[in-house]
Ligand binder design. Structure first.
Ligand SMILES: *[C@@H]1O[C@H](CO)[C@@H](O)[C@H](O)[C@H]1NC(C)=O
Length: 115
């Protein structure tokens, strides 16, 4: 059941990201059985109210009373040839690199980055 919820949470997050498209923040509403004084993240770690933490996928999340809000800390590259190239997130440095789809060793130019 827990796994199911996590999975559902991930799907929701994904759906939200797609809907919001260029916006890099999202909210996760806490479950009604969660304490208002702490938040549980994707991996089951607890965080105190008003504290923030970084996730593996380069988001910074803040614990609120009723919700968790997360924003990306990786700037998304814009203005590159999307047919030819794709942006790949390096989750160690939290930076995107833009590489050719056919030849990921080759980098592509991009004009700007947005957060
Ligand atoms: C958390 O932040 C809210 C809003 O700023 C504040 O009202 C509340 O007292 C804070 N709670 C804790 C435990 O720091």
């Amino acid at each position: 059941m827990v796994t199911m919820n996590v999975l559902l949470g991930r799907l929701l997050v994904l759906a939200t990201l797609i809907v919001l498209c260029n916006s890099s923040c999202y909210l996760i509403l806490k479950k009604s059985n969660e304490s208002p004084n702490e938040c549980t993240d994707d991996e089951g770690n607890s965080h105190q109210l008003n504290s923030s933490w970084k996730t593996k996928n380069c988001m910074q999340c803040d614990c609120g009373k009723t919700e968790i809000s997360c924003c990306s800390i990786a700037a998304i590259p814009m203005g590159y040839n999307e047919q030819k190239c794709e942006a790949i997130l390096d989750d160690k440095t939290c930076k995107y690199k833009v590489v050719e789809r056919k030849n990921p060793k080759k980098t592509c130019k991009f004009t700007s980055s947005i957060l």
